[in-house]
Design a protein around this ligand. Sequence first.
Ligand code: ATP
Ligand code: MG
Length: 218
Amino acid sequence: MGGDEFLITFALSKGRILDDTRPLLRAAGVDVTEDPESSRKLILATERADVRVVLVRASDVPTYVQYGGADIGISGKDTLMETDTTGLYEPLDLKIATCRLMVAVPDDTDYEALVQRGRRLRVATKYIDTARAHFAKKGVHVDLIKLYGSMELAPLVGLADAIVDVVSSGATLKANKLKAVEKIADISARLIVNQAALKTKREALMPIIESFAKSVSK
Ligand code: ATP
Ligand code: MG
């Protein structure tokens, strides 16, 4: 594959982040040339012959960029907080896909009283390390239960007293008779770059990063 060393691989995940990212890709001249939601392809061409997009799970984006499977990518801060980010450079807060990482409990739970009581809390989440650090700082003892999705279900069936999850409008919590009681962090999508690629492919990468920076500051 001649010329492969000039190819920039951009890792993205379908859904929210991709929707919010496409205007930025367009402004940088590297938008995908087919509809990512309807295509079954995992590698998509962009408007530039030397740039391609790979579609991976949101939680896999940092891994692809870290190990050089992609040179650049976009990942939620929630995912980055849960990941070992060695070898990743995080140059830009894109201020898209914004939400909050929250503790939530059933509507009828008195969270303060529950915490005061000092009993161990059962907390279901996919953000195990972030949740552990949060409750340790508060001095609250927790048993953490790892889930991969639909965290809202856990308190409804008695699997957990509380959940830690990302919340934007709160509609999903409300629909499941839960309420957010504590903010752990404000979340937004971040541009991430492979540190080695930033050196070896600097000339190709910098204009893309700079275009993204310009879009954000508008
Ligand atoms: P995976 O499919 O790998 O398990 P996921 O289901 O979390 O990941 P998405 O739901 O597409 O994937 O979420 C991707 C990112 O979008 C999250 O990491 C978070 O930063 C952001 N996000 C998630 N939920 C919301 C929300 N309700 N509002 C805004 N941004 C959100
Ligand atoms: Mg998902």
